[in-house]
Structures are given as structure tokens and as C-alpha cells.
Design a protein around this ligand. Structure first.
Ligand code: C5P
Length: 218
């Protein structure tokens, strides 16, 4: 694999709806980093399973991943709660993780030339995908805050869902993501904890920016 030199790499892990995506996007924009929401890749595969249950096998997924473009990940169909739940199921399959792994590593270490580096968020980024990242963050918030944020997001997308349903599915996903045997979500010792429960987007961004600037300006 080609590795570009002097690439600034930021790794973020977080449970569902903790605000990591919003923050990662803001950080990436500010520092001109290539941003990859790795959950979207699992969602993309989950959506394939929902859409083509009969064709869904290793060969089929591999052919789709081979052709996968970043713009395919902005499909609004990937944002539903149903796809999120399915993603947490298929993400436990070892062969699928292996396939997705190389796609992510390539983007982390060899981002398009116009970017200064990369910023990836997911569940196993800090210890599996970019273990040598320049900055590692574990972003979290309490479960009710996360459910409320996701509920508002889904309502904004005109999805038919109640707050209680969102809360239930986030609890289910947490249980699966934290406890699975393969690549479980965890806060590594070398990750900095950012709790976004009582912070707005701007405050979270400034907190992270301060940490990055302190190290990169020295
Ligand atoms: O981040 P998002 O909620 O979109 O992720 C959907 C699901 O994909 C997660 O619940 C998790 O099970 C899985 N995932 C993963 N590893 C990643 C990113 C997401 O297992 N790096």
C-alpha cells in the first residue's frame, strides 16, 4: 500500500449519535483533511443486504466495494434507523470487516493529494485502522442526549420514527457495538475523551482545535 509522507491523521471513535460526525467534518474542513465516515461504509453494505437479500454474498459485496465512490456514501437512504441497525449486525461479520478495512486504510494513509491529511470516525479507528494517528479522540454523550439528537436528525429527514424508538435502537446498537468480539467500540488509553453532552457544536470544535493547535504549533 502506498503511504503518503507527512500526512496528518486524526482518528475518532464514538458510540452512535454522539456528535462525532459533525465534529469530524468541522475539523476536516478547518485543517483541510479528507473526511471519511466509516459507519457509512457499513451502512452501504447493510443497505445492499436490505435491497438485494438474495444476491447478498461475499462476491456480491466485494464487487460493490470495488466500485465504491465517496459520493455513494452521501445517499440519504443510508441514514435511516433500519439501515443503522442492519449495519451493526453485518459489521460483526469478520470477512466484511476485512474487506472494509483495506478501503479505510487506503483513505487514511493515502488521502487525495489536495488534502493535508485525513480524519476518520467509526468504532475501531483509534486501534485498528490508524493506530499511529497523530490525534485520537473518543467522543461520547449520555444516551438520552444522543437519542434526542438522532431523533431530531431523522425528523429533519422526514423519517417516520418516535423518540422512544430511536432510544431503543441506540441502546440495542450500543450493546452490540461495545460487546461484540470483533473490533468492539472502546476508548483506548491514548485517546482523549470529549463528552459532548453539555457542549454545543462550536464549543466541542474549539476544545478539539485547542488540543490540535497546541501540538502542531510547537
Ligand atoms: O456510525 P454509524 O452509526 O453510522 O455506524 C453504523 C454501524 O456500523 C455501527 O453501529 C457499527 O456497528 C458499525 N461500524 C463499525 N465500525 C466502524 C463504523 C461503524 O462496526 N468503524
Amino acid at each position: 500500500m502506498i503511504k503518503r509522507k507527512n500526512v496528518l491523521k486524526i482518528a475518532i471513535d464514538s458510540p452512535a449519535a454522539a456528535g462525532a460526525g459533525t465534529l469530524a467534518k468541522a475539523i476536516s474542513k478547518h485543517y483541510n483533511l479528507f473526511y471519511l465516515d466509516t459507519g457509512k461504509i457499513y451502512r452501504f453494505i447493510a443497505y445492499l443486504r436490505i435491497k438485494h437479500p438474495k444476491k447478498f454474498n461475499y462476491k456480491f459485496i466485494k464487487s460493490k466495494i470495488k466500485l465504491l465512490k465517496i459520493k455513494d456514501l452521501s445517499d440519504n437512504n443510508l441514514l435511516s434507523d433500519e439501515v443503522g441497525t442492519e449495519a451493526s449486525i453485518i459489521s460483526k461479520i469478520k470477512s466484511i470487516r476485512k474487506m472494509v478495512h483495506s478501503f479505510q486504510i487506503n483513505f487514511a494513509y493515502n488521502p487525495p493529494k489536495k488534502y493535508k491529511g485525513s480524519c476518520l470516525d467509526g468504532r475501531d479507528i483509534t486501534y485498528n485502522i490508524i493506530p499511529d494517528a497523530d490525534f485520537k479522540f473518543y467522543i461520547t454523550a449520555n444516551i438520552k442526549t444522543r437519542a434526542l439528537r438522532r431523533f431530531k436528525e431523522l425528523k429533519g429527514l422526514k423519517k417516520k420514527i418516535t423518540y422512544q424508538e430511536v432510544l431503543k435502537s441506540i441502546k440495542k446498537r450500543d450493546k452490540s457495538d461495545f460487546n461484540r468480539k470483533i473490533s468492539p467500540l472502546k476508548k483506548t488509553k491514548d485517546s482523549l475523551l470529549i463528552n459532548t453532552t453539555n457542549l454545543n457544536k462550536r464549543a466541542c470544535f474549539l476544545k478539539i482545535k485547542k488540543i490540535i493547535d497546541r501540538k502542531t504549533n510547537n
